[in-house]
Design a protein around this ligand. Structure first.
Ligand code: ZN
Length: 255
């Protein structure tokens, strides 16, 4: 398909058409006429007078193939911009991985799911027995905890509400923390120490700790008792292996 050059018979502008077309259309004046005429004029344009008559407008409905020689710069710029954007879309960086590209095959998905489930089961397998053992011992201690307060000689409500005891709580990774609330207004240091000793003994008995193994028997045992306007804390210092009682006025805790 070759292009043919000619000159518009109406306005004298350059006209370029394909050789398969019979008619050509001038881009400048919209004149439609046979290509053969345009070619003839182009051979000797000086002998031809251009009438420059207004031609019927055919906006956006060109019926003849023409090659623009001096195209309007604005639509040309728009076309160029369009081609650039479409090129950008098509020419994707082959090394760039977008989320659309990452579609893991079903096998991989199931493998990951399986590994995750395996990890969960492993964690449960390790920690469930520890939890159950601790819980079992806690229940055993709770069953007899009343004797601790009887020994120390003050009243604690050992009844439960919604599954939680009212007057005390046992926490810690080895049931080593006993927190107590008593209606007795004031406690002596002996009473605090008696509580501590009785609780350590009960905890050791229910957990199978031996009396001669002090680090296990006392472990990180800590007893906190709230009585009246004071909080008593007793625990054993690991360096000196001596238990100390600390008394904190509750008002100071609030400020
Ligand atoms: Zn023309």
């Amino acid at each position: 398909m070759a292009s043919i050059n000619g000159i518009c018979k109406n306005c004298g502008s350059l006209v370029v058409a394909y050789d398969r077309d019979e008619m050509c259309e001038c881009l400048f004046c919209d004149c439609v006429f046979p290509i053969s005429e345009a070619v003839e004029i182009a051979k000797n344009p000086g002998n031809y007078t251009f009438p420059n008559e207004p031609q019927p407008k055919r906006e956006g409905n060109k019926r003849y193939t023409t090659v623009p020689v001096f195209p309007d710069p604005v639509p040309a710029a728009i076309k160029q911009a369009e081609s650039l954007t479409t090129t950008k879309k098509k020419e994707k960086n082959p090394y760039e991985v977008s989320a659309d590209d990452v579609k893991a095959p079903a096998k991989t998905v199931w493998t990951i799911a399986g590994i995750s489930l395996g990890i969960i089961l492993l964690v449960v397998a390790i920690f469930l027995p520890i939890y159950l053992i601790r819980q079992g011992r806690k229940d055993a201690i709770s069953e007899s905890v009343g004797q601790v307060f009887t020994t120390a000689g003050y009243a604690v409500n050992t009844a439960s509400t919604d599954g939680y005891p009212v007057g005390y709580s046992i926490t810690g990774s080895s049931n080593n923390v006993l927190q107590v609330v008593t209606s007795t207004n004031e406690l002596s240091e002996d009473q605090v120490r008696d509580t501590y000793e009785a609780f350590a003994a009960l905890r050791a008995e229910k957990s199978g700790y031996k009396t001669d193994n002090a680090s296990q028997y006392y472990g990180d045992v800590r007893v906190e008792i709230i009585a009246g306007s004071e909080k008593y804390i007793i625990r054993t210092d690991k360096q000196t292996e001596k238990s100390t009682v600390t008394v904190i006025p509750l008002a100071s805790e609030l400020t």
